[in-house]
Write a protein that binds this ligand. Structure first.
Ligand SMILES: [Zn+2]
Ligand SMILES: [Zn+2]
Length: 284
């Protein structure tokens, strides 16, 4: 097994604790990948707090953190990421939208006085912040005979921009594609990036009915909000010939029952499909 993936937060927009979301979980986006001895983290939603507690038992920690973008639900756990406060740990952070604020400015900004009592400068781990360019490949040493892990990217379709990431290691591959809205055709950039991957983690926030605003009580049309649906995920999975599809970034309105229904409808379109839940682990 080359890449081990663990979901720490699978919810979109805002944390949703409560009895109706116990199974899939209420924490916002955070996915851990292990490849060789490397620790790679995608997004720093509230799920990263619990991942941090696990990593505190593995110190000193050297990690690579890739942020899809800096909307709150993808960074709000970062000020509570314990290992970042411990001297001797090292984190390389990647992302940024390359237009208005740098990644470092955006992460520091959410901790600014008077919104948060601790300054980012009080995080004592060694940290570097890199704003990515489209098509840039980040290479990470796996510490094994398999050599380098490659993290490549493309741009998704989301307000303020988003990075879609692909991890390749030892002949296996995973794409992390959250917060992106489909087009009338399958997104050619994501389809190319995800071609033949072992696992595709995809923004399946809405049902098609929710997306069009046709569900009483579930709000207006979401067209243009920058999110996708399970059926568009299935279309993409077919077009890109992926082995397994993971539905991700569940809408805060969706109860466990709702997500289960979404999963079974998606499986009718693409059988190798699982709705991601907190604690789910898989290996490729
Ligand atoms: Zn989001
Ligand atoms: Zn977003």
């Amino acid at each position: 097994m080359a890449i081990k993936v663990t979901f720490w937060g699978v919810r979109g927009s805002i944390p949703t604790p409560g009895i109706d979301t116990v199974h899939f979980g209420g924490n916002t986006s955070c996915v851990e990948m292990r490849a060789g001895s490397a620790i790679i983290i995608f997004d720093a939603g509230t799920g990263i707090r619990l991942l941090g507690q696990k990593l505190l038992r593995e110190m000193p920690v050297k990690g690579h953190v890739f942020l899809s973008h800096v909307h709150w639900d993808h960074i709000q756990g970062f000020p509570f990421f314990g290992p970042a406060f411990v001297k001797g740990n090292e984190f390389s952070l990647f992302g940024g939208n390359s237009t208005t604020r740098s990644l470092a400015e955006a992460l520091a900004g959410q901790m600014d006085h008077p919104n948060f009592p601790v300054d980012i400068g009080d995080m004592n781990a060694s940290m570097t912040f890199s704003d990515l360019q489209e098509g840039q490949v980040v290479e990470i040493d796996s510490g094994t005979e398999h050599g380098t892990i490659r993290v490549s990217n493309t741009r998704g379709n989301h307000p303020n921009g988003v990075w879609i990431y692909r991890v390749d290691y030892a002949g296996k591959s995973v794409v992390y594609s959250t917060d992106t809205e489909h087009y009338a055709i399958v997104d050619p950039k994501i389809c190319a990036l995800a071609q033949g991957v072992d696992a595709l983690i995809y923004d399946a926030m809405y049902t098609p009915e929710e997306y069009l605003g046709k569900v009483p009580g579930a709000g207006p049309s979401k067209v243009g909000w920058g999110h996708s649906t399970f059926d568009e995920g299935a279309k993409l999975a077919h077009a890109a010939n992926v082995s397994h599809l993971y539905l991700f970034h569940h809408d805060p309105h969706q109860t466990d029952d709702d997500v289960r229904k979404k999963e079974s409808r998606a499986q009718a379109l693409f059988p190798a499909c699982t709705a991601a839940y907190e604690g789910l682990t898989f290996e490729v």
